[in-house]
Design a protein around this ligand. Structure first.
Ligand code: ADP
Ligand code: MG
Length: 628
């Protein structure tokens, strides 16, 4: 049969182009990818052989072998794993199966450095060969195929590949890289040995390198296969014996991420439930963290045998960014995804691993700098856990970090324990405000009185916050109260400054009269009017009838979801000490006072909701008053 020419799937071509431009600073990763593919192929066969031991035939000892040929300028990575048929080679080496790829390629930015970082995180696999090779030949024979049913696949990485049937004496795969001149340094024994060692340290299959033995006088040097790793799966070692560098390298092998992980937790548990887990938190969130196609889940091993990738039954959705593996003896070797969903052992493991992950973050919190990175990258997802995982609410609460009126909107480092520890005497509750932006939260008029009393307020502005706060009632016996609540329950709080205790400038009768005038002017537009004790600088604010006012954001979300949201009538709180309110009250003409009252109400609504039903009317009235 003559070799057939095939065109790469469009996204492969795009990816190959991108690779050529972005990976030159990190070329050696191609070896990691090829060793990892060889190791995957062996894991797959090891698994298949549980049911069909005859697949191993006369070649039961697994190995990965790497050799350099200086004359030919080639580097060969070979394995006796599951191999590929012609169809499989066409399919697997000509397309990209990962569903996120399309999305990723579409969202490439003009910033090459950023793309390079993302591409690393996304894992380019086999195609990384073309970083150093101008031609790649793959000769492979599937474990189920006969001697004459092997495949020879070849490409220069520029848009097409060829494939044809060939012969191979035994099962397995050779990937032969024809190195570019400028990348021939990978043929150098020292460079090769160093790189291979780095990438095969934690591989559970022996990796051999073909090395020259020192030659005797007058003889041509002989070559010898030398094992370069100890072929022990890293997670099976006692944690004390594993170095940080080994953990980091293993993470990169596992995830294809180029960045070091932020932290990890390695646990070996015996007893009722027996398992070993190695969980990692990346230092950069994946670009598709909020995409439903996100590749999430752990690698599952049963009795050291690799069973499946991306098993998502072991962690809750809000911990979907965690990478790693779990190895257990308590699940059957033939466990399937479907079985996992119903398995009680899987449910127990999920519970245990969730605790492990939350503990890992609690420990990370001791390192302020790293925890800051964690919070910036993953804080928003973790907040989902408050709603999703009531059982662990307490642990998650401890991990939350907030911006506050004391720390400022840009310093999101305050824990609830910090907050409580510095509450002024007499403060019982935890106060918070939710707005659409950090600026709006920090500038909210509702905070004025609280600030003056020295009461710290949590500032929130993310979409998830409303949802999260809805699920929170208390922390350590302290109630959460929104700064917009009708009753702030501040009775016990000692005023910080004398100023706050200053007796009101107006008498009770005057206050009542002023309130009555506003009520008469606004009529049905408000539920009620009262004198505010929460405002200092602002003229007025609105307060809902319920403790939890619907913010405009929430209202829009509910409306978009097709729900009828009842029109809420607000109570207007006026600040009688405000010069603006004083000026309004000085107006004796009822029609003109009514204009003032409308403007003051609209201002209050505007600060609360960020928009008005009739903005043009507001502007008109305001201008009329400005010009008078
Ligand atoms: P990934 O490893 O993430 O699936 P790769 O691009 O590294 O992506 O590899 C693509 C596919 O090619 C693999 O999933 C596998 O099916 C096949 N493949 C690559 N290398 C080998 C190999 N040495 N033996 C068998 N199959 C392989
Ligand atoms: Mg791969």
């Amino acid at each position: 049969m003559a070799a057939e020419t095939h065109v790469f799937q469009t996204k492969v071509s795009k990816l190959l182009k991108l690779l050529a431009n972005s990976l030159y600073s990190n070329k050696e990763v191609f070896l990691r990818e090829l060793v990892s593919n060889a190791s995957d192929a062996i894991d797959k066969l090891r698994f298949a052989a549980i049911a069909k031991p005859e697949l191993l035939g006369s070649d039961p000892v697994f190995s990965i072998r790497i050799s350099a040929d200086k004359e030919a300028g080639t580097l060969t990575v070979s394995d006796n794993g599951i191999g590929m048929t012609l169809e499989e080679a066409n399919e697997h080496l000509g397309t990209i199966a990962q569903s996120g790829t399309e999305d990723f390629l579409e969202h490439l930015s003009a910033d090459e450095a950023k793309n390079a970082q993302q591409i690393g995180q996304f894992g380019v696999g086999f195609y990384s060969s073309f970083i150093v090779a101008d031609r790649v030949t793959v000769v492979s024979r599937a474990a189920t195929a006969g001697e004459n049913e092997a495949v020879r696949w070849e490409s220069d990485g520029s848009g097409t590949f060829t494939s044809e049937l060939t012969t191979r004496a035994s099962r397995g795969t050779n990937v032969i890289l024809h190195l570019r001149d400028e990348d021939k340094n990978f043929l150098d024994p020292w460079t090769l040995r160093e790189t291979i060692t780095k990438y095969s340290d934690h591989i559970s299959t022996p990796v051999y390198l073909l090395e020259e033995k020192p030659a005797e006088e007058g003889k041509t040097p002989e070559k010898d296969w030398v094992q370069v790793n100890d072929a022990k799966a890293l997670w099976t070692l006692p944690p004390k014996e594993v170095t940080d560098d080994q953990y980091k390298e293993f993470y990169k092998h596992l995830t294809h991420d180029w960045e070091d992980p932020l932290c990890w937790a390695h646990n070996r548990v015996e007893g009722d439930l027996e398992y070993t887990s190695l969980l990692y938190c990346p230092s950069v969130a994946p670009y598709d963290l909020y995409n439903r196609d996100l590749q999430k889940g752990l690698k599952l091993f049963v009795e050291r045998v690799f069973i499946m990738d991306r098993a998502d039954a072991f962690l809750p959705n809000y911990l979907r960014f965690i990478k790693g593996l779990v190895d257990t003896n308590d699940l059957p070797l033939n466990v399937s995804r479907e079985l996992l969903q119903e398995s009680r052992v899987a449910a127990k493991l999920k519970k245990a691993l969730t605790r492990r992950a939350l503990d890992m973050f609690a420990k990370l919190a001791d390192d302020k700098e790293k925890y800051g990175v964690f919070w910036t990258q993953f804080g928003r997802v973790l907040k989902e856990g408050i709603v999703e995982d009531p059982d662990n609410k307490k642990a998650i609460l401890g991990l939350l970090r907030f911006a506050t009126t004391k720390a400022g909107a840009s310093d999101i480092t305050v824990s609830l324990a910090d907050y409580v520890s510095r509450m002024p005497e007499g403060q019982k509750n935890i106060y918070y405000v939710i707005a659409n932006t950090p600026e709006a939260a920090e500038g909210s008029p509702y905070l004025e009185g609280l600030k003056k009393k020295g009461v710290e307020v949590l500032l929130l502005w993310e979409r998830i916050d409303e949802w999260m706060m809805g699920a929170l009632t208390e922390f350590d016996g302290h109630k959460f109260i929104p700064a917009t609540a009708a009753d702030l329950e501040l009775e016990g709080v000692k005023a910080k400054s004398d100023d706050a205790e200053k007796p009101s400038e107006t008498s009770k009768e005057e206050d009542d009269k002023a309130v009555a005038r506003f009520k008469a002017a606004l009529g049905e537009k408000v539920a009620d009017v009262r004198v505010s004790d929460r405002l200092v600088d602002s003229a007025a604010c609105v307060v809902g009838q319920h403790d939890q006012m619907l913010t405009e954001q929430m209202r829009r979300m509910l409306e978009a979801a097709g729900q009828t949201v009842p029109e809420e009538k607000y109570t207007l709180e006026v600040n009688l000490e405000s010069p603006l309110v004083k000026k309004a009250l000085a107006e004796n003409d009822p029609a003109r006072f009514s204009e003032w009252a409308d403007v003051i109400l609209d201002q209050a609504l505007l600060s609360e909701q960020g928009s008005l039903k009739d903005p043009a009317g507001f502007v008109k009235r305001l201008n009329a008053l400005l010009l008078s």
